[in-house]
Design a protein around this ligand. Structure first.
Ligand SMILES: [Zn+2]
Length: 229
């Protein structure tokens, strides 16, 4: 009966794959099976010298840095991230997080991760969008890694100002002061998995990690939903 009802709903409001746009079959959720298996995964988590990790060499000390998918303009991964960020499709982030969480849970260098923290969105942006897309990814990772996540520890200061007239050093100081830790006791001696949607230059991640690493005993690893080159 339930399956029949879901078929009926699907007939009236066809559910489509967030990546390729094709109609989903009954057992498929968010992504079609073809996309689930053929979206371009990086396998970076298996290689300590991967291109995402290399972004941070000489900038900040990370235990691991990797991303699930390769982001190429005009391709399916860009489409699915667009659905997550601009079309309110939160399940896309959760599903990608669940997929990556299963992979990271089997990777020894991630085995002592004990807390997942998403890169915070500017409060104005979060208010406008209604949610932080990195929270969705963190939630999915948390479900399959069986590790808690929190959105109230790593926070973004509210101020914004034009940074164009500042020197590079002043700009950096400014970037670092954007992020604050609400409760250092909650992260002390923890291996934190810092997560973001798309990793491009890594500047935001670097600023967040630098702030986290000021607390005693903290180790930081990074997981992105996609890597844009
Ligand atoms: Zn698909």
């Amino acid at each position: 009966m339930r399956a029949l009802l879901s078929d009926l709903v699907n007939l009236i409001y066809p559910q489509v794959c967030a990546a390729c746009g094709k109609r989903l079959q009954r057992q498929e959720e968010v992504f079609c099976l073809v996309c689930e298996y053929t979206l371009p995964k990086t396998t970076y988590h298996l290689d300590p010298d991967n291109p995402v990790a290399k972004h941070f060499w000489g900038r900040v000390v990370l235990q691991n840095a990797a991303a699930l998918y390769l982001f190429n303009k005009g391709e399916r991964v860009q489409h699915l991230i667009h659905q997550l960020k601009y079309n309110g499709w939160k399940e896309v982030g959760i599903k990608a997080g669940q997929i990556y969480g299963r992979m990271l849970a089997e990777t020894p260098s991630y085995s002592d991760v004990s807390l997942i923290l998403p890169v915070p969105l500017h409060p104005d942006k979060k208010k406008k969008r209604g949610y932080n897309q990195s929270d969705c990814f963190a939630q999915g990772l948390s479900e399959t890694m069986h590790i808690p996540w929190a959105d109230n520890i790593l926070l973004r200061n509210i101020f914004t100002e034009s940074q164009t007239k500042k020197s590079r050093f002043e700009r950096w100081e400014n970037v670092e002061s954007i992020f604050v830790i609400s409760n250092p006791d909650a992260i002390r001696n923890k291996h934190i998995l810092l997560v973001d949607d798309v990793i491009t230059t890594g500047a935001t991640i670097e600023a967040c990690a630098s702030v986290l690493l000021k607390t005693e005993g903290v180790k930081v690893s990074v997981a992105g939903m996609a890597h844009a080159t």
